[in-house]
Ligand binder design. Sequence first.
Ligand SMILES: *[C@@H]1O[C@H](CO)[C@@H](O)[C@H](O)[C@H]1NC(C)=O
Ligand SMILES: *[C@@H]1O[C@H](CO)[C@@H](O)[C@H](O)[C@H]1NC(C)=O
Ligand SMILES: *[C@@H]1O[C@H](CO)[C@@H](O)[C@H](O)[C@H]1NC(C)=O
Ligand SMILES: *[C@@H]1O[C@H](CO)[C@@H](O)[C@H](O)[C@H]1NC(C)=O
Ligand SMILES: *[C@@H]1O[C@H](CO)[C@@H](O)[C@H](O)[C@H]1NC(C)=O
Length: 539
Amino acid sequence: MRRRAADFRRPVRRRVPDVLWWALFSVVVLLFIYVLSKGNQVESRPALSKVKISLLRNFRHDRIMEGLNITEEMLSAYSVARQLNDQISLAKAFVVIAKESSNLQFAWELSAQIRNSKILLSKAATRRAPLTTMESERAIHDMALLLYQAQQLHYDSATMIMRLKAKIQTLEEQSSSVSEKSSKYGQIAAEEVPKSLYCLGVRLTTEWFRNLKLQKKLKDKRKVEMKLKDNNLYHFCVFSDNIIATSVVVNSTAINSKNPHMVVFHLVTDEINYAAMRAWFAMNDFRGVTVEVQKFEDFSWLNASYVPVLKQLQDAKIQNYYFSGSNDDGKTPIKFRNPKYLSMLNHLRFYIPEVFPALKKVVFLDDDVVVQKDLSPLFSIDLNGHVNGAVETCMETFHRYHKYLNYSHPLIRTHFDPDACGWAFGMNVFDLVEWRKRNVTGIYHYWQEKNIDRTLWKLGTLPPGLLTFYGFTKPLDPLWHVLGFGYTTVDPQLVEKGAVLHFNGNAKPWLKIVIEKYKPIWEKYVDYSHALLQQCNFH
Ligand SMILES: *[C@@H]1O[C@H](CO)[C@@H](O)[C@H](O)[C@H]1NC(C)=O
Ligand SMILES: *[C@@H]1O[C@H](CO)[C@@H](O)[C@H](O)[C@H]1NC(C)=O
Ligand SMILES: *[C@@H]1O[C@H](CO)[C@@H](O)[C@H](O)[C@H]1NC(C)=O
Ligand SMILES: *[C@@H]1O[C@H](CO)[C@@H](O)[C@H](O)[C@H]1NC(C)=O
Ligand SMILES: *[C@@H]1O[C@H](CO)[C@@H](O)[C@H](O)[C@H]1NC(C)=O
């Protein structure tokens, strides 16, 4: 049942980008035509004298009379037909905008003029001779007047782009509401903690308290203490409550590392999973990498007077919104209310300098990634004074700032370029020296507090991340971080060449709804013969 829900979701997902691509394509075409027509007007009007034009025209006219070549005619800068066509394209865009602005009279005038010009063009096509300046002069003049008027009405390119963008967003919302029902099921299936994971946690916790040798193993190493603060080593951090997922991140990094003894993992989990997490990393060795386990409840600075998210969690109204969610008649889709998005482990990524006060550079990894290359070169990338090295995502679809943020809000509109490229969390190089110097945590607090009424963005850590690291992010080679394994089909070349593969999306590799063909990528790093995994029915 669950599997079918997942299968049925995937094609729906794929259809959304299709719609977007077409929309993007039409915007590009419209803009192109607009720019062309502008350039054409500027170029042809003042530069050439009438005499010169008519000379040129006569010359061309003779040639064309030998046999009309429409392509050639249309490509010429002085073509009347082309001028008419460009005007028509532009006018069509203005008709849409005029209609949306409820200026129906103007829309009608434009439409009438478009028809006029089209009749001229088709006349020329049927008689197989090019239009002359004389017969088209009036049409071009009248249309130019209307277009000029349109610009006077501030139907300029900026407005046009904004409107078209709004159109695209509506389109997107429509298609996502179609798939909402199926994604709801997907979410429920994804949220269910599998029994095996729960079993593993319980057994490991029991083991931890029963087996003093395990406890000693993690504790009594002075050398380990030194390594945790040594800035010549490669420091990674993972914030997670999922033992098996974290194990795969550590194991895959270790296996593919050229110098595992230089790799240090800093894990932070919660109270519930603390003993189990420590037990697992004490009883398994990962090619000698150093592993530290902390729990966020131990951080005294992480309190409601300092951290807005914690303050907001204490707010009864917000609790109601996230945890019961019945006060808006279910109008807000389930995923916008998921308490996961307010979980402290998720927001810990904004406090990395506070969590690791001694460190200068850290690579942040999500717990749903698999590493398949040596990651040490990440530490010698020059971030040029930026705080965050990340892979940009606007190439694949529409992942620009306007997709994540509310551009109707003046605070967003005045501070952020709507076309700025989005980037991804999951594999980020953080320069903690720059972070502290530029008070980036303070910037995060500022935006988190402004969003108390959730009007800037709705959920998640990416939107506040985009605001916080705006202007502080350096794009990395996309091969460092390949996304999409949890919901879509990934280019096979990237599957092979990617350094960090990310199962973002609902189809996590430890769930039944995982995309089958990607499951082996993750399972390769799970030791199914481990006694505890066998007892807990992992397979
Ligand atoms: C028309 O002109 C184009 C470009 O100059 C040329 O490639 C094409 O072959 C011509 N077509 C005809 C039918 O002459
Ligand atoms: C809360 O955090 C702030 C800033 O990190 C710290 O100065 C303060 O002592 C903390 N309060 C408590 C009660 O621990
Ligand atoms: C960092 O920013 C916060 C909030 O904007 C501010 O209260 C704090 O004083 C700043 N800290 C430093 C060291 O500038
Ligand atoms: C976006 O911001 C505007 C202006 O503050 C607000 O009226 C509107 O409700 C916000 N939209 C959403 C979806 O929160
Ligand atoms: C780590 O991965 C290796 C190779 O893929 C596997 O053989 C090993 O059992 C894994 N170790 C653990 C503790 O999961």
